[in-house]
Structure formats: structure tokens, C-alpha cells
Design a protein around this ligand. Structure first.
Ligand SMILES: CC(C)(COP(=O)(O)OP(=O)(O)OC[C@H]1O[C@@H](n2cnc3c(N)ncnc32)[C@H](O)[C@@H]1OP(=O)(O)O)[C@@H](O)C(=O)NCCC(=O)NCCS
Length: 415
């Protein structure tokens, strides 16, 4: 039995090793190798960490990173929750709950990010804290012998070149291309130096029996206009037929010709049988270019969960596809400053959100508002399930159109 009260506080520099130990135990992984520790240290923001200590033992950890996320109409600061873990000896005693409550309250009190985001190790964990599912991710596995692509003008004019992944010039080139893509879809995150480093790193323990991380550059007139990062595996079945795979972690291009040229290469690598494209959207160009979509294995799963820390600041950080003027009755058990009635007005250029006494048009929980925030999930879709209540006829349709975006939101790299 534990007699000492647990202490919640920032984790000190001298206690960083305990984070790695807790990470290893809670995620049942191998000890974090030194080269991976070095990468992860580059992502650590200790002054924003939450540790729950039992005496000198770190029993729970909550890490956060300061990022920028594309939202409809611009960029918004995002508190990206990077690691939540609780020792098995201390689970189901409210340790995670206390850390999440602390995070939300401190972000509100400091007036920093109005939006928090995370990806979940298991889907059911975060809804109870008001995190709503804001984007999905699609994994396409395309069999090589049925990987035809529709022709794209200009694709043949794109030159492809393998470049050394760890080379600083190669890394810079990829980052510049990636940065030009942020904002093309809501949900995309600006990459910090630490993340750029993590994405070009290739420690042995991340290979999982596959090849080194390869970088393929697409160039036109000597200028880089796209890149892909991928690994391959080399296996043969009992008959000696090549059964290896291509595993694409990143694919970004300035234009569709470069995208098609990269994709054409990736689906037709010798001695492989299939190509898997991770972290795509169901409406990605890939889905439209494949001539035999049915031959592909398409798997859709939950991706980015968002939490609106301060609804008024969050709702005014984005713009709206069509004019909106609605009164929302909001419930928010964990962050009572959000609960109550808000009047949201906005259009393609601007938005305002103020307290009001007027009659409500819509009633919903903050979790559902987070789900529709990036425009992927629709209010009309949620209204089918009674998670959104229409109190004024037509309000769901008006608000649903205004919140929606033309393209699915996308989180192309893991936080
Ligand atoms: C998930 C984890 C952080 C939960 O920590 P914890 O301190 O046990 O959580 P709490 O005691 O605060 O639980 C709060 C509520 O969430 C529920 N919950 C916790 N983990 C859950 C899970 N994996 N799935 C579903 N519900 C879960 C609890 O049952 C509890 O529900 P209740 O309030 O109805 O009783 C911890 O079990 C862990 O570290 N797991 C392994 C690593 C991991 O998956 N981390 C999450 C990374 S995104």
C-alpha cells in the first residue's frame, strides 16, 4: 500500500532517465537505445512536463510539445501531447486523470494554446477528457502487379534521384518541401528542428528488420519539387518468388506531376510484391490515381484527437467555409470555463465567439466540437447519432457546412 501522497510536478533534468525507463515499462518495449534517447531529448520540453512522483520514483509522465497546426484559414498554436504513461504499479488510481486535468487547467490559466492534440495508443482513452476524433488516417497497401496509375501530364519530365537521408542538404531540401505543404490541409503540423531531426534519423532499432531509410527526391529543372522516405524488405516465398515490401513513411510534392512520378517509382521496385503507404487520407491523390483501387488493401483508423482548451479562442482561430451565426449550448465537465452558451459568427475571412443569453440553436459536448473543428467529421454526421442536438431547425445544416472543409484534415507525422 502507498502511504505517501503522490506529488505532481515538473520533471527535472536529473530525472530524464526515469522518463525513458517509464516509457520502456509502460509501452513494453526494449530499453531505449542511446541514439534514440538523443533524438527524443531533442523533442523534450522539460519545463512543460508533468511528472507524478511516488517518493523519488516517477510513476506517471505527461509530455507536451509546442507546435503550430494548420487550421482552416491559417495556423494555430497546438499543445501536442507527446507521451502519457503510468507505471503498471500505479494504474487506475487516477494518475493519468490528474495529469490531464493539470495540463488543461495550466494551459487555460497561462493563456497559451487554445487547442491541444494527441494520437492515442488506444482509441477509448481520451474521449472522457473532451478529446474528440478530428482526423482519420488511411493506410493503402498496393499489390505491385495491379498498381497501375492514371497518366498525369508532366510526370515523365520529373527526374528522380536517391539522396543520402542523413545528409544535411538532403534533410533541408525535404523540410523545405514539407513546409510548403503545411496549410494545404488542416491538421498538418509545422515541423520543429527536433522533428526534422527525428524524421531523417535512422537508428537500427527503428528498422524492424527492414532496409535503411531511403530518400527519393523528385526534381524539375534542377529544383527539388517532391520527396518520399521509404524502406524495403527483402523476402522470398517457398517457391523463390520475391515477396518483399516497400514501406512509405512520407510522400510530399509541390505538384501532382512530381507526386505521380514518385508514386510510380514506389509501386514498382524490383523484388517487391507490394507497397504500403502509411498515414494517408482517404481522399489522397493516391486514391484517385490508382486504376485498380479494389486491388489495394485500404485500412482506415483514428488519427488526431483534439481538445479545445478555450473554445472561444479556438473557434476564432479558424475561418468558416460559409457564413455561420449560431448559438451553441456547450457542456464541458473538465473545463467549466467552456460550458454554457456561446454565439459563434464567422465566414471565410473572420470569426467571433462571445458569451450570450440568447436561445441556443445547437447543443453538444466539447468533445464533439473538437471532432468537427478541422472539418473532417461533420456536425450533420454527428447529429445522426444524437451527439449533437438541433434546437433550431436548420442550425445543424448551416453549421455543418460552415465547419466543413473541401479536403480531409491530415496529420502526416506522428506526435
Ligand atoms: C493508459 C494509462 C496512461 C492510464 O493511466 P491511469 O493512471 O491508469 O488512468 P486513470 O486511473 O486516470 O484512468 C481514468 C479513467 O480512464 C480509464 N482508462 C484508463 N486507461 C484506459 C484504457 N487503456 N482504455 C480504456 N479506458 C482506460 C480508466 O478505467 C478510468 O476510468 P473511470 O474513470 O471510469 O474509472 C496507463 O494505463 C498506461 O500508461 N498505459 C500504457 C501506455 C499507454 O497506453 N499510454 C497512453 C499513450 S497515448
Amino acid at each position: 500500500m502507498h502511504s505517501e501522497p503522490l506529488e505532481l510536478r515538473v520533471i527535472a533534468e536529473s530525472e530524464i532517465d526515469q522518463i525513458f525507463q517509464l516509457d520502456e515499462i509502460t509501452f513494453s518495449s526494449e530499453p531505449v537505445p542511446p541514439e534514440v534517447q538523443a533524438i527524443e531529448r531533442g523533442l523534450l520540453e522539460l519545463d512543460r512536463s508533468v511528472g507524478v512522483f511516488d517518493g523519488g520514483t516517477l510513476a506517471g509522465v505527461g509530455l507536451v510539445q509546442t507546435l503550430q497546426m494548420a487550421v482552416p484559414g491559417g495556423l494555430a498554436p497546438l499543445a501536442a501531447v507527446a507521451l502519457i504513461g503510468v507505471l503498471p504499479t500505479h494504474r487506475r488510481r487516477g494518475v493519468m486523470s490528474s495529469m490531464i486535468r493539470h495540463q488543461l487547467h495550466s494551459w487555460h490559466e497561462s493563456g497559451r494554446e487554445a487547442i491541444a492534440g494527441l494520437t492515442a495508443s488506444e482509441s477509448p482513452i481520451y474521449g472522457r477528457f473532451g478529446y474528440g476524433l478530428a482526423s482519420m488516417e488511411t493506410v493503402f497497401t498496393v499489390p505491385r502487379h495491379r498498381a497501375g496509375l492514371r497518366p498525369v501530364p508532366g510526370a515523365r519530365d520529373v527526374a528522380l534521384r536517391l539522396a543520402p537521408t542523413s545528409d544535411p542538404d538532403c534533410r533541408r531540401t525535404c523540410e523545405e518541401i514539407y513546409a510548403r505543404r503545411v496549410g494545404k490541409r488542416a491538421g498538418m503540423l509545422m515541423r520543429t528542428e527536433g522533428w526534422a531531426n527525428a524524421y531523417s534519423a535512422d537508428p537500427e532499432s527503428w528498422r524492424g528488420g527492414k532496409s535503411a531509410l531511403r530518400t527519393l527526391l523528385a526534381e524539375r529543372d534542377g529544383r527539388a519539387v517532391g520527396y518520399a522516405r521509404y524502406r524495403t524488405s527483402s523476402t522470398f516465398d517457398d517457391s523463390g518468388v520475391a515477396a518483399g515490401g516497400v514501406f512509405v513513411g512520407e510522400l510530399h510534392a509541390d505538384d501532382i506531376a512530381a507526386y505521380a512520378a514518385l508514386t510510380g517509382y514506389l509501386v514498382d521496385i524490383d523484388l517487391t510484391a507490394s507497397t504500403t503507404f502509411y498515414r494517408q487520407t482517404l481522399d489522397s491523390p493516391l486514391a484517385h490515381l490508382l486504376t485498380d483501387l479494389r486491388a489495394a488493401n485500404v485500412h482506415v483508423r483514428d488519427s488526431l484527437y483534439l481538445r479545445l482548451v478555450d473554445v472561444d479562442r479556438a473557434l476564432t482561430a479558424r475561418t468558416y467555409s460559409t457564413p455561420i451565426d449560431v448559438v451553441i449550448e456547450l457542456t464541458d465537465e473538465l473545463c467549466p470555463w467552456n460550458a454554457g452558451r456561446w454565439r459563434l459568427r464567422g465566414d471565410e475571412k473572420t470569426a467571433s465567439c462571445e458569451r450570450t443569453e440568447s436561445a441556443a440553436d445547437l447543443a453538444l459536448d466539447v468533445r464533439e466540437l473538437a471532432s468537427v473543428y478541422l472539418g473532417g467529421t461533420t456536425l450533420a454526421g454527428l447529429a445522426q447519432t444524437a451527439l449533437v442536438t438541433e434546437l433550431h431547425p436548420g442550425a445543424v445544416a448551416q453549421a455543418s457546412r460552415a465547419f466543413s472543409t473541401d479536403l480531409e484534415p491530415w496529420l502526416p507525422f506522428g506526435i
